[in-house]
Design a protein around this ligand. Structure first.
Ligand code: SF4
Ligand code: SF4
Length: 463
């Protein structure tokens, strides 16, 4: 708390002067600074540790984020249990414990922190954690397990059926999971997705036969960025989206030569890895964006990557900015399309009660509750929404050292969604949805019907 008085004086000083809007509660919209990751100074460990000391001191006095994830409780414990009970009593080597607990959900920046820029405290906690992760990754090259987990694209490309069957068997066979747990640090109890032989991108027939009808808010043609998960693990969700588009006579295509969006690599601090993927994806997506397509992905983390993180990592890259501008959350698109009076409402049935989970990477897109809004517009459908972290958090929930914590973080979500006594549980994040289903099964001994929200829309259309 030693530094916080100085920070507060700084804020008061700024309030009395020309920066009168820059006070707690921040009346001005937050600004996000570009990530200066090409600058050698970005990797200056001493500077980053000094910045962490400054920010941790403010957080220790603030504590608003204590319930968001385990990064903040870890930090507060380190400080409170130190000799001085101030941040200066914490060994800087222990800062890593805080960094490791951050899975870059962005909620502390977007939903909690009153000290984000332009406030003079200038706190961007997630991007500070990212910087610390990037330094660690540069030094160590990352753990084998983490590198594997951030290369799901390569895993999914294993096109040989027998290999896919073997990987799936290993993923779901308890003795093999114990070995994976011991040797690789992939928790033996964590839910893992199966790989499919029927990849989404190999089993589609893009339809451009419909007329392009632009509305006031929406363009009338869609490009689907399939995502690794939909392509390799759960293609049915992609096919449901295609059915909804075609039912509404919206022409659609897919992005050429798609690879992973890079979010798993960002989570590990592997920024050069993110750049390599960006260089493959962006030229094709930029071409599509300039041709006037609305680009969409059915995994919110991938949308966030293109809409926010890549533009901050490559602020001068016009192609990246063009793609960001053309990227839509699918439900934001559907709601806007309905407002344009260009979406059919010939629903054949309701879907009953839906316990809907709004994932962090959807919420931080600042588009409002578009999935909830759309589901509520379905006939005979009741939506009970939960807005908390499920704990899955990318690859965090499947790592041995974090799985138990991820189940603890998700516990309020499991309880609330179980209490909804719903016909379906649904999350825009397909992986988060499975984590919630597993949590409800384990904590409440209850089997739930899991469906992606877009699958429920298809069901309501009866198509
Ligand atoms: S970005 Fe998310 S995980 Fe990281 S510290 Fe903030 S709330 Fe916690
Ligand atoms: S990130 Fe902001 S809101 Fe959260 S504890 Fe730190 S100072 Fe408070």
């Amino acid at each position: 708390m030693a530094l916080i008085a100085e920070h507060i004086l700084m804020a008061i000083g700024s309030n009395s002067g020309s920066n009168s809007g820059k006070r707690e509660g921040n009346l001005e919209p937050p600004t996000r600074h570009p990530i200066d990751w090409k600058n050698p100074e970005y990797y200056n460990q001493e500077k980053v540790e000094a910045e962490m000391e400054r920010v941790f001191d403010v957080c220790h006095g603030c504590r608003r984020c204590v319930s968001l994830c385990d990064a903040f409780p870890t930090m507060f414990d380190l400080i409170d249990e130190s000799e001085t009970m101030e941040v200066d009593g914490v060994d800087k080597a222990d800062y890593k414990q805080v960094v490791d607990q951050c899975y870059l959900c962005d909620m502390c920046y977007v939903a909690k922190c009153p000290y984000v820029p332009p406030h003079p405290f200038n706190i961007d906690f997630p991007h500070l954690m990212l910087q610390a992760k990037a330094i660690e990754h540069k030094k160590t090259g990352g753990k084998l397990r983490d590198n594997l987990l951030s290369n799901m694209d390569n895993m999914g490309k294993l096109a040989i059926p027998v290999v896919i069957e073997t990987v799936n068997a290993v993923n779901h066979w308890s003795p093999a999971r114990k070995i994976l747990d011991k040797t690789m640090g992939i928790d033996k109890d964590a839910w893992l997705p199966s790989f499919t032989k029927e990849k989404f991108l190999n089993n589609i027939n893009p339809d451009q036969s419909f007329d392009v009808v632009n509305g006031k808010r929406t363009v009338g043609k869609v490009a689907i960025f399939a995502t690794c998960y939909i392509n390799y693990n759960e293609p049915g969700i992609g096919h449901d989206f295609v059915a909804v588009l075609e039912h509404n006579k919206i022409p659609w295509i897919v992005a050429e030569r798609e690879v992973c969006c890079g979010m798993p690599k960002l989570e590990q601090g592997d920024l050069e890895g993110v750049e390599s993927l960006m260089r493959i994806n962006i030229p094709h997506l930029a071409k599509i964006a300039r041709e006037g397509y609305a680009i969409m992905a059915l995994v919110p983390s991938c949308t966030l990557m293109f809409k926010q993180e890549l533009p901050l990592m490559f602020p001068d890259n016009e192609d990246v900015q063009a793609v960001a501008a053309a990227f839509w959350d699918p439900f934001n698109y559907l709601v806007s399309r309905a407002k344009d009076d260009l979406l059919k409402n010939d629903f054949k049935q309701g879907v009953g009660t839906v316990a809907y989970h709004a994932p962090c990477h959807g919420r931080v897109q600042n588009i409002g509750k578009k999935t909830e809004e759309f589901l509520k517009s379905l006939p005979e459908t009741e939506v009970k929404t939960t807005e908390r972290c499920s704990g899955h958090a990318g690859t965090y929930g499947i790592k041995k050292e974090f799985h138990e914590k991820s189940m603890k973080i998700g516990r309020p979500v499991f309880r609330q969604m179980h209490q909804a006594e719903a016909d379906y549980i649904a999350s825009d994040c397909p992986l988060g949805g499975h984590h919630i289903k597993q949590g409800i099964q384990q904590k409440h001994d209850s089997e739930q019907n899991l469906a992606h929200p877009i699958s429920l829309v298809r069901k309501a259309y009866g198509i």
